[in-house]
Design a protein around this ligand. Structure first.
Ligand SMILES: C[S@@+](CC[C@H](N)C(=O)[O-])C[C@H]1O[C@@H](n2cnc3c(N)ncnc32)[C@H](O)[C@@H]1O
Length: 449
């Protein structure tokens, strides 16, 4: 999903746009589904008005990023929780005030006018009284948020997540992860291994800046989205966070290898693995790239359709796609039915996880997590690794990758795996993320011969 950047200060909100933003937030309040699903499920995919789409998406995601603080503000000025329409309207107004405090008077007037036209007179009066207090409430909160607990509210994270990070990384690092998660995410592109990609990136070098320490990744400047559409269409670029390259580069499969990509959909890392094998085919003595094979496994028709779409341009590295629930059904049976091998030189497992490393990009995920989710994910991850190991050749390597920065899902899973499989050695670590990358876990488990 493309996340919007901050709104221009002089943007003119129409009532229709506000109504849509309020509808998104109301929908989330009633049934807190994933933000992507709510954005896709309402009008957004069909609406042609890009600015309106951007404004709605921005307001919605800013509400989610600041949910604890906005809820404190609403609770401070209303005895009972306001009804759903009114509550969503107050949340949207609060998000805009937080984004642009200097513009508060105009924002308050716009929303009060909107309340007059769309709610009862009593509710509009209530809005007027409450919204005028929000700017100073937020200002005071910021100035007085000296404790770690208050800062967790200010930076929009549930306290139990903040505490986990404080215990693991220390207070300063925990605060800096939370602060980073509050900024609207940038868009990054990976340059694909494709004839013409270098020239296409060169032509767009004014909007694409290389990311330090992440070879092949570029940050897209604001407003550049329309211009890169042809690069995506022509297969020169893929929208991907730089952190997604870490585990794939650590594995760096040779050209000609058989690679099993587990939990592969929609296929971002699989496409990178294919590109790495093509790059490696240029090394002296390497096997031709077209002897390489990636078998991509994921479950469900929708995820598999995305994977198929992503691989449709790949015409050098062979690809077999297998729809299989690798926890609840036989992977061996599914591979056999698809005509895929049962032994691999390298396995990439991009396991489902808590997503704790990508909470900036997915602000809704922080509010779905609970303390027990980390160990529940870890048990599934370990069972997936145990299953993956059965398909690995002697001397082969498994890349274990997560979008989590939690020790329980990263180092602890690897340690549990090594206890069960002493013939493996491991390297890798948790990356907490940076200004230019999400957090992740990336490990290589190598079967000793
Ligand atoms: C982190 S995502 C994978 C992203 C993917 N590797 C990529 O780079 O585009 C995790 C994937 O695990 C898949 N998954 C979760 N449980 C699974 C299971 N039991 N069997 C197969 N796939 C599963 C999900 O469908 C999801 O696509």
């Amino acid at each position: 999903m493309q996340q919007s950047m901050s709104l221009p200060a002089d943007i003119h909100q129409t009532e229709k746009t506000l109504a849509e933003a309020v509808k998104l937030v109301r929908q989330y309040n009633i049934s807190p589904a994933k933000a992507d699903e709510i954005l896709a499920g309402l009008y957004l995919l069909t609406d042609k008005n890009r600015l309106k789409r951007r404004v709605c998406q921005f307001i919605f995601l800013t509400v989610l990023r600041n949910k604890p603080l906005i809820e404190s503000a609403i609770a401070a000025f209303s005895k009972r929780r306001p009804k759903s329409d009114l509550s969503a309207l107050l949340q949207c107004a609060a998000a805009e005030i937080l984004d642009n405090p200097e513009n508060s008077p105009k924002i308050v007037n716009t929303y009060v006018q909107f309340a007059k036209n769309s709610l009862s007179l009593g509710e509009a009066k209530f809005c007027n009284a409450v919204l005028r207090k929000f700017p100073s409430f937020f200002q005071d909160f910021k100035e007085r948020a000296l404790s770690f607990e208050k800062k967790a509210v200010l930076y929009g994270h549930p306290l139990f997540i903040a505490e986990r990070w404080r215990r693991r990384f220390g207070e300063e690092a925990a605060l800096s992860i939370m602060q980073r998660n509050q900024r609207p995410s940038k868009v990054y592109l990976r340059k694909c291994f494709s004839q013409g990609a270098d020239e296409a990136f060169e032509r767009n070098s004014d909007i694409l800046s290389p990311v330090d320490a992440f070879e092949g990744f570029y940050a897209l400047s604001r407003g550049g989205f329309e211009r890169i559409a042809p690069l995506l269409k022509d297969g020169f670029a893929y929208i991907q966070d730089p952190s997604t390259g870490i585990a794939a580069r650590m594995l760096s499969p040779k050209s000609g290898m058989k690679v099993l990509d587990l939990c592969a959909a929609p296929g971002g890392k699989g496409r990178l693995l294919a590109d790495i094998m093509k790059e490696n085919s240029l090394l002296p003595g390497a096997a031709p790239a077209d002897e390489s094979l990636i078998v991509s496994v994921d479950k469900g028709t929708r995820r598999m359709a995305l994977l198929r779409d992503n691989f449709k341009r790949e015409n050098i590295v062979k690809n077999i796609q297998v729809d299989c629930d690798i926890v609840n059904s036989s992977l061996a049976g599914a591979l056999e039915s698809a005509g895929a091998p049962l032994e691999y030189d390298a396995i990439f497992l991009d396991a489902p996880c808590s997503n704790s490393g990508v909470l900036g990009r997915r602000p809704d995920a922080r509010f779905r997590l609970s303390e027990s989710d980390f160990s529940a994910c870890a048990d599934i991850q370990l069972s997936m690794l145990n299953m993956a190991e059965k398909f690995l050749k002697d001397g082969g390597k498994i890349a274990y990758s997560t979008c989590s920065i939690d020790e329980v899902e990263n180092e602890a899973v690897v340690e549990r795996f090594l206890k069960l499989h002493p013939q493996f050695s491991a390297r890798g670590s948790t990356f907490t993320g940076s200004e230019d990358s999400d957090g992740c876990g990336a490990f290589i488990l190598e079967r000793l011969t």
